[in-house]
Design a protein around this ligand. Sequence first.
Ligand SMILES: *Cc1c(COP(=O)(O)O)cnc(C)c1O
Length: 301
Amino acid sequence: MMEAMMTTEVGDEVFGEDPTVNSLEAKVAGMFGKEAALFCPSGTMTNQIAIKTHTQPLDELICDESSHVYQYEVGGYAFNSGVAVNLLPGVHGKITAAQVAAAIKPVYDWLPKSRLVVLENTANKGGGSYYTLNEMREISVLCRQKGLRFHLDGARIFNALVETGDDTREIGPLFDSISICLSKGLGAPVGSVLCGDADFIRQARRYRKVMGGGMRQAGILAAAGIYALDHHVSRLKTDNDHAKLLGQRLAQMPYVAAVRPVQTNIVIFDVHPPHTAASFWKSWPHTASKPRPSAPKPSGL
Ligand SMILES: *Cc1c(COP(=O)(O)O)cnc(C)c1O
């Protein structure tokens, strides 16, 4: 990957002239059967741009209550797009077509307009659970019937696909837009890619610029992404298998109360009292000597 980064050709991507970024975007668009794609610095930005591009202020976005777009993007749906959020209580982070159908609001002046559904696959806070093609298709059909846009936060979509055996080309047509992360299990240092139809990506490109996400000689980073897609997707199966093994071993430990079902590469478990997450971390041999990474202290604004 480092060699690919060092030897790739670059250009000014703000002018659309970086050949490596262009080929990464074409590659991802092609994989999912979409017309175009956009390379961004982070998955938060690809999600935020997708919400911005699909909605108008006073619209509403529907998602699971534990989803990344709601919990971990600083409330950006409100800040960047001025939309309301309709949170559904999913099971392990997954929502159903029936739940979405029941959540769609009638059209009245005094209600936000249901406009966008966001699915997360795999579901991060759901413990790495994934959707079957049929589950996604049911929601997709509903969105089409009701005139709702449908976005996939596919930060870890390849962790799901190596389990289900489904193809990116089957997933692509179900959604209006898809975001994938290159910098999670795929192992690239930086970047996410958003794909959709050509008009959508044209507008998304403007929003990327206004958010400060236009990166000049970004080909160095895109080269890592291309390398990751070519060489690391199949390795995610090993990643998932290691997580399952870890989950099985943890379940045998006397201090472990429960392990959530391990479906991909995320392991979430509870410990018996008097243990706590913090005391467990301190007692872990590999981390005992290191301070637990903690969020920066609030600046007191
Ligand atoms: C990590 C992640 C993102 C994007 O996060 P960034 O750190 O901004 O790249 C988006 N959605 C999910 C589900 C994630 O786990």
